[in-house]
Design a protein around this ligand. Structure first.
Ligand code: GLA
Length: 350
């Protein structure tokens, strides 16, 4: 296997990369590798019972290791998923400087984020538990962090992702899964014909570097209103500076939560297949990224080129740059505390 030498991953770790297959009584299949704790396939029925893989990705681990333009297909991203302005934040009076890998900003954990490392894996009932031990100072973050994600597949066609973490120094944590969905099947040309609902009345407008300005803006009367199910493509051509900054949808919605706990955050529907995806989460926000950086150059697992906007991500999380926004829900984790979040991808048809 060819691979670059990674500071966070010893080359010998690459020998322990495996693929884990989860199945349920409806013949749904989910494949997950411990390279990046990455979901590589999600095979689900349409309304006629015909199966398709609805997750974009590669058919071999080299694809993930060498990925050009780094799409983060299916991976866990962190230690901080999403962006931190100029890669800097201050915690308890100390300023930390992180790796910058998105212009002047930090994105998805830096050069060797959690998508680029080999996780330990152990089988659990109906699932697999993956653990990664990030070192103090890795990508600039303080604290030795032990993070696990447990994936289980239920007979209700739901993938349950349960994250837990502890640290030995105060740090920031915000992890999420970066699966790209196309409910017509991976390799189909566009997600602009999917219908999306996001349970959020506000979103975080961004600057040209996709860093939130600090405003929480009402979605009402903007292309960002997905409170009622809406075709993703409907408002994409609107003359809206936020859509220009994102090159389309690449924004963070603040969920209208009624209480703490697992709640429905978003529903995606593709009319021809009838497939539906519900996203439930304990997180306060969700990034909807419309696949704007896919440009037809990446060839996916079934040999088809992934065209512009042919997959979308629904990344449950705390909002970008929260470490620099003390007024927003905290992403700080301290020794003795436990970081614990759950997100569910539940599939159905209508
Ligand atoms: C995220 C970001 C996007 C882009 C993709 C990866 O979801 O918000 O801007 O970086 O990851 O291509």
């Amino acid at each position: 296997m060819t691979c670059g030498i990674a500071p966070a991953t010893e080359v010998s770790d690459f020998d322990s990369i495996n693929l884990y297959t989860l199945t349920n009584q409806n013949n749904m299949v989910v494949k997950i590798t411990n390279y990046g704790a990455t979901i590589t396939s999600i095979i689900v029925p349409d309304r006629n019972g015909d199966m398709a893989d609805v997750a974009l990705g590669y058919d071999n681990v080299e694809g993930y290791i060498n990925a050009a333009n780094r799409p983060y297909f299916g991976s866990v991203v962190g230690r901080y998923g999403n962006r931190i302005a100029r890669g800097k934040f201050t915690l308890d009076g100390t300023e930390y400087t992180l790796a910058t890998n998105d212009g002047e900003n930090h994105l998805h954990g830096g050069q060797m984020g959690f998508d680029k490392v080999v996780w330990e894996a152990e089988r659990v009932d109906n699932g697999v538990k993956m653990t990664y031990r990030a070192r103090d100072g890795e990508e600039g973050y303080p604290g030795n962090l032990t993070l696990s994600v447990t994936y289980t597949l239920t007979n209700e066609n739901a993938i349950v992702m349960h994250y837990e973490a502890t640290t030995d120094k105060p740090t920031v944590v915000n992890v999420t899964n970066h699966t790209y969905f196309n409910l017509a099947g991976e390799g189909e040309p566009t997600i602009n014909d999917h219908i999306l609902r996001i349970d959020a009345s506000k979103f975080t407008p961004v600057d040209a570097g996709l860093i939130p300005t600090g405003e929480l803006r009402d979605v009402a009367g903007t292309p960002f209103d997905f409170r009622e199910p809406k075709l993703i493509g409907r408002d994409l051509q609107s003359n809206d500076s936020q859509l220009q900054h994102g090159l389309g949808y690449d924004h963070n919605w603040v969920l209208d939560r009624e209480k703490a706990g697992l709640e429905l955050a978003a529903t995606l529907h593709e009319a021809k297949s009838g497939r539906v995806l519900d996203v439930l989460t304990t997180e306060p926000a969700i990034q909807f990224y419309g696949g704007n950086f896919l440009d037809g150059n990446l060839i996916g697992k079934s040999g088809k080129a992934y065209q512009h906007r042919s997959g979308l991500c629904l990344e449950t999380q705390h909002s970008p740059d929260s470490p620099n926004r003390p007024e927003w829900p905290s992403t700080t984790l301290r020794p003795g505390e436990k970081y614990e979040t759950t997100t569910v991808y539940r599939f159905g048809v209508k």
